[in-house]
Design a protein around this ligand. Structure first.
Ligand code: OGA
Ligand code: NI
Length: 338
């Protein structure tokens, strides 16, 4: 039975008890200061300046936004429109795709994977499916709205190109050999669409709990609605929506490869009482069997901080630890002080 928030919350004036987070986790006020200093980087600017800006942003924040990323505004708008339509479809349509089966590749579900065992649920619905290589997965994607596969297919291909260009700039900034982020490290691309309906009591609940991404790199389109927050120096700061910009953040894998030189910042999503929010998230990750480890040139004469770990083993642990950064890092770090 589909228990998607987008279906039942329309007629609800109060937040159900099993959506109320403990005091130390709930956001309280969701109107936190907007992150004015998260770098906004123009990818069409001077090349060496861009490389430096990206490197600085990855080291200091683990987050930045990019403009002039070559994915057209129309395509971003059309894609957002498709997902808004998707989450506005009649319940009967959504129920066809709803699943709690973790082995399904295209999934529509609510809150986390393990809904039945959760004490507290997240105020979000999620649709996700793999995107690369596209011909391998397209058949498993939703067929409604009728332009879904066409529009989302174009978006996935374009965002992949843009993500790989950003990775090349990071590669250059880190001084890694050209092409370091090849198919082995980037062969998995997952599209994850979060839909956070209007919430009657946003101060008491969360759309997504504090986490760092399991990916190599994440490229997110957040439309025009606030909700993404980054934990920086002990404080939550909101990432200001910039029309058609991508928010880019470093995942655990790039932290490992860079031997801790790049930050994988913790973040979360809050809800609001005014309007629904939809975020389109692309996770670029290593292939299942790739062993991820600090690059030799990143270790240099230092010591490696992290041990080699196969991506699928990492991911299993990440899920077991419910994305908790400390518990996950515990598994792959070598020294207690990391
Ligand atoms: C995620 C994520 C933030 C958002 O999906 O990993 O952090 O704004 N999403 O939806
Ligand atoms: Ni995330």
């Amino acid at each position: 039975m589909a228990n998607l928030v987008s279906t039942w919350s329309k007629t609800t004036q109060t937040l159900p008890e099993n959506y109320i987070f403990p005091v130390n986790e709930r956001p309280g006020s969701v109107d936190v200061p907007l992150f004015q200093n998260i770098p906004l980087i123009d990818l069409s600017a001077n090349h060496s300046q861009t490389v430096q800006e990206i490197l600085d942003a990855c080291q200091e924040f683990g987050f930045f936004q990019v403009i002039n990323h070559k994915v057209s505004k129309d395509l971003i708008d059309d894609t957002m429109e498709v997902f808004k339509e998707f989450f506005g479809m009649p319940v009967e349509e959504e129920e066809k795709l709803y699943t709690n089966d973790p082995t399904k590749t295209c999934k529509l579900y609510t809150s986390g994977y393990n809904y039945v065992n959760e004490e507290i649920h997240l105020w979000r619905d999620n649709l996700r499916h793999p995107c690369h290589p596209i011909d391998e997965w397209l058949h498993s994607w939703p067929q409604k709205p009728t332009n879904y596969r066409d529009v989302v297919g174009k978006y996935s291909l374009e965002v992949r190109k843009s993500s790989l260009r950003i990775l090349e700039l990071i590669c250059e900034g880190l001084g890694l050999e050209h092409g370091y982020f090849g198919e082995e490290l980037t062969g998995a691309q997952l599209l994850s669409i979060n839909h956070y309906p209007r919430c009657p009591d946003p101060g008491f609940t969360l759309g997504l709990q504090k986490h760092a991404d399991p990916s190599l790199i994440t490229v997110l389109s957040q439309g025009s609605v606030n909700g993404l927050q980054v934990f920086k120096d002990g404080q939550w700061l909101g990432v200001e929506p910039v029309p058609h910009a991508f928010v880019v953040n470093i995942g655990h894998q790039l932290k490992i490869i860079s031997n801790g030189k790049l930050r994988s910042a913790e973040h979360r999503a809050v809800t609001n009482s005014r309007e629904a929010r939809t975020s389109i998230v692309t996770f670029i990750s290593p292939c299942q069997d790739t062993i991820v480890e600090p690059a030799k040139s990143m270790v240099g004469t230092d010591v490696p901080l992290f041990r080699p770990i196969k991506y699928k083993d990492f991911f299993k642990l990440f899920e077991e630890k419910k994305g908790d950064t400390k518990a996950t890092t515990e598994v792959y770090k070598i020294w207690t002080s990391c």
